[in-house]
Design a protein around this ligand. Structure first.
Ligand SMILES: [Fe+2]
Length: 273
């Protein structure tokens, strides 16, 4: 069993909870698909946890924004440049060196791992790339039957279909939080998807986001995959979101970051009774 996490975005509380949940399964290795930093308050603590747990990481566009002082600002949304400035202010040199050491993609016997889109794109949305270039073109660039991506912060499974237009379909994604009106889920950690993948078919899998999951729930999202049984599981992990929000407030970060958090972690709006 492997775990695939992505888009941690300096959210220590969420990563700690996810690592604790991973510990409940027979996980041999953890892969991270990048966007380790920006938005959240704790880039150094998140990187320390990745090193401590021997996580195999690759680079995301936000990580690139930190290590390239010339082109960095062009790698993220103009509205989020205050977040980059905060990260640059607090990032320790060993953390910067860690981000600089990351590659843009990795391929091994478990599959292909890239932040946004194969073979090595850091920006843009996989859905648009599939429509522009076709599923077949993208998956064949990996030379693998399985490709894991992050970046969009939204869970999705794309799979090939024999027809030409379109040559893909979705079997997971665009979901509202499970039983959103059932408040018992609000404070629970639960399995949000359980799929047995067909070994004769190819897949591109978006694993969601640990730090800022865009489904309107107070959960971190990640995937477990068992290469022996071809079983793929999405986990939604409740973490100390309130602690994260308190930390953000105490740091007196800019209104841009507050607006981002309010947009993607609308805990009181979507989960109110
Ligand atoms: Fe991200």
């Amino acid at each position: 069993m492997i775990a695939i996490i992505s888009d941690l975005h300096s959210n220590e509380e969420a990563l700690k909870a996810v690592l604790k949940d991973i510990n409940d399964f027979n996980v041999e290795e953890i892969h991270c698909l990048g966007d380790i930093v920006n938005y959240g308050p704790d880039p150094n603590a998140v990187i320390h946890l990745l090193i401590k747990h021997r996580v195999k990481s690759i680079m995301g566009n936000h990580d690139y924004s930190v290590i390239d002082p010339v082109n960095g600002y062009s790698m993220i949304s103009p509205a989020m440049q205050d977040s980059l400035n905060y990260t640059l202010d607090v990032l320790e040199e060993p953390s910067r060196e860690y981000l600089q050491s990351l590659t843009w993609a990795r391929s091994d016997e478990k599959g292909y791992f890239v932040h946004c889109c194969p073979p090595d794109r850091l920006r843009g949305h996989i859905r648009e790339y599939i429509e522009d270039y076709t599923f077949k073109t993208l998956i064949e660039s990996t030379h693998q039957p399985l490709c894991f991506v992050g970046h969009s912060h939204q869970e999705m499974i794309y799979t090939e279909r024999p027809s030409d237009d379109p040559d893909y379909t979705r079997i997971h994604g665009n979901q509202t939080p499970q039983k959103k009106t059932d408040t018992s889920y609000r404070n629970s950690t639960y399995t949000a998807g359980d799929h047995f993948l067909d070994p004769s078919i190819r897949y591109i899998i978006n694993v969601g986001s640990v730090g800022f999951h865009k489904n309107g729930s107070p959960h971190a999202s990640y995937c477990l995959f068992d290469p022996k049984s071809n079983r793929l599981i999405y986990r939604h992990v409740r973490y100390d979101l309130e602690g994260l929000l308190d930390k953000l407030k105490s740091l007196d970060l800019t209104s841009d970051i507050e607006r981002f958090v309010a947009k993607y972690l609308p805990i009181d709006k979507l989960w109110a009774v």
